[in-house]
Design a protein around this ligand. Structure first.
Ligand code: OOB
Length: 557
């Protein structure tokens, strides 16, 4: 298969040139290393489906409560939809916002877009007009694919607003009742001939992920055909996945974690079936896991904890699970143990980011490792540096900021020169903003422990307090179910510490909390100045604690 551009495809050049604007490619010398190592194979991302359809045509690829598709059916649908999109006037290189609930339709739409060379921007169902408007503006998207309504939210109303504000965004395709827009089924039911698809440049973005930060608006992360295919293949391999595995997408499918770590795409590389659910409640998920004998899934910490607790009362237990990956935010050792002992002995920690770099513990790792650290790099070519506030490498084993570079880590955010100037070192390492330590000896050697976020600190009267360190103390109080430390403005101190706390039952007072912290030896300036009881901590679209929202809630109170 040729991997270069087809120079005769004149019509598409302008959209592809436009796609390349503001994309930072991996430097040629490193790209060559990744090709030589056999990681970057020069194939388009949708080749994963082509190959699966050739090898396991009749095998079930994707399932949801409404429908199921074999690999061959899904591949044929991608051809059909890709052709329909080109007929409709989309071009290879165009960007389209994709925002569908967890369902087979998500996979069908994703592969239809990829087949046409259209670059999906992977929105999550929880994103609203502020985020989508930002994605539309930065990416220059010309289209939007949504469902009519879900979870009490009418996506068509949001689309109407977006179309008014973003003149380039002219085409809205709606799965369900289209209202003023076009039916997605006009595309999926396309009966015309299959188009001659041009082969994309594998070093250009196949899709754009959105960053997971809980401060500011998300940034767009270009993932190339080469790097994302490698991500999916290598991740499935590292977990020892085979065609007998069944993967459950319980997190929003457009997030890197359930999409390709190993997720939907990794599962496809080995011919494993993917099940979609848009209801991650233990009751619904456990029934589904039992019905389909799910063997692998990925969860954020809060959800894993909830599932582990639910094992106490749910009548059907998820006993078929071989691997439960847990990640997305900091997990304490006793939390990890609780999940491992109650939910699945196959609990694995994963420390990942949409930007690329993945660390995880592996099946077979000693319990001591699995409970205490967040993992080791997926690829032998992942490079990690731990640096101090001046950018100098710290002594081995010391804490500092994690800088990463490698075969599936971005070289720049999409169309974000200012953010890129801040987020990358001169030698092309991505500054993750995560505070970590890399162990140098013993069973943990080479493994990473995440100790917090560099910027998640509170500047209280000349002292710098780490929010995550304080949260660790707060969460160990027997009356506290969940806690987050945030900074509130203060006339005298600059910032003061507020503990947003969810109590298990009866609340405690600030004075009682201080007493508890005193007993644990917490220094005076680290103790919260205020206590804000909450029913639950607000979560981001993927289910992590949302500090921006906590601050907004506190400001309203
Ligand atoms: C995953 O990806 P994102 O892009 O939503 O968030 C990335 C950030 C990391 O930089 C780190 O701050 C935090 O989330 N994080 C963790 C963690 N896993 C992610 N912090 C502490 N411990 C962990 N285990 O969250 C993501 C992507 C792929 C796989 C898994 C998670």
């Amino acid at each position: 298969m040729s991997t270069g551009f087809d120079p005769s495809a004149e019509v598409e050049r302008s959209e592809i040139d436009d796609l390349a604007q503001g994309f930072v490619a991996c430097p040629a010398d490193r790209a060559e290393v990744y090709r030589q190592a056999g990681y970057w194979v020069g194939l388009p991302l949708d080749s994963i489906l082509r190959e699966a359809a050739a090898r396991w045509p009749g095998k079930c690829a994707v399932v949801d409560p409404r429908e199921r598709w074999t690999f061959a059916e899904l591949d044929a649908a991608a051809d059909r939809i890709g052709s329909a999109l080109l007929d409709l006037g989309f071009h290879a290189g165009d960007r389209v916002l994709l925002q569908l609930p967890n369902s087979c339709r998500f996979a069908v739409a994703l592969f239809g877009l990829l087949r046409a060379g259209v670059v999906p921007v992977m929105c999550l169902p929880g994103h609203r007009s502020a985020e989508l408007g930002h994605f539309a503006q930065v990416s220059g998207a010309v289209g939007l694919i949504i469902t009519d309504q879900a979870g009490g939210f009418d996506y068509r109303q949001m689309a109407a607003e977006l179309v008014r504000e973003h003149p380039r965004l002219t085409r809205v395709l709606v799965d369900g009742e289209p209202g003023d827009f076009q039916r997605w089924s006009d595309v999926t039911d396309h009966a015309g001939p299959v188009a001659q698809f041009s082969v994309p440049d594998p070093s250009l973005p196949a899709l754009l992920l959105v960053s997971g930060g809980t401060t500011g608006l998300p940034k767009l992360i270009p993932r190339t055909h080469d790097d994302y295919r490698y991500n999916a293949v290598a991740c499935a391999q590292a977990y020892g996945m085979t065609g007998d595995d069944v993967y459950l997408v319980a997190l929003p499918a457009g997030h890197n974690f359930p999409l390709a770590c190993p997720g939907l795409l990794g599962s496809m590389t080995v011919g494993a079936t993917t099940i979609f659910t848009d209801d991650p409640s233990p009751e619904a998920a456990f029934a589904l896991i039992d019905k389909h004998q799910v063997t692998v899934t990925g969860l954020v910490n809060a959800l894993a904890k909830l599932w582990a607790q639910a094992c106490d009362w749910e009548p059907v237990l998820p006993t078929s699970l071989r691997v439960v990956q847990v990640g997305g935010s900091r997990m304490m050792p006793d939390e990890a143990r609780f999940i491992r002992e109650n939910l699945s002995a196959g609990t694995q920690q994963i420390f990942g980011m949409a930007e690329g770099m993945l660390n995880f513990t592996r099946p077979g790792d000693p319990i001591e490792v699995v409970d205490n650290v967040q993992g080791r790099p997926m690829s032998p070519h992942d490079e990690m540096k731990v640096v101090d506030e001046f950018g100098d490498e710290v002594a081995p084993g010391e804490e500092g900021e994690l800088l990463v570079r490698g075969p599936y880590t971005l070289s720049g955010y999409y169309r974000a020169d200012e953010a890129n100037a801040r987020s990358f070192s001169p030698d092309g390492f991505y500054r993750s903003g995560d505070r970590v330590r890399i162990f140098t000896d013993g069973p943990r050697a080479g493994y990473v422990e995440v100790t917090g976020r560099i910027k998640d600190v509170i500047h209280r009267g000349g002292e710098t307090v780490s929010a995550s360190d304080l949260e660790e103390h707060l969460n160990s109080h027997p009356a506290i179910a969940d806690a987050a430390a945030v900074a509130l403005p203060d006339e005298y101190l600059g910032e003061k510490i507020c503990a947003a706390v969810v109590f298990k039952g009866a609340p405690i007072t600030l004075a009682e909390l201080h007493e508890f912290l005193d007993d644990r030896g917490v220094s005076a300036h680290t103790k919260p100045d205020a206590l804000a009881p909450m029913r639950s901590l607000p979560k981001t679209a993927v289910g992590k604690v949302d500090k921006k929202q906590i601050l907004a809630t506190l400001a309203q109170a």
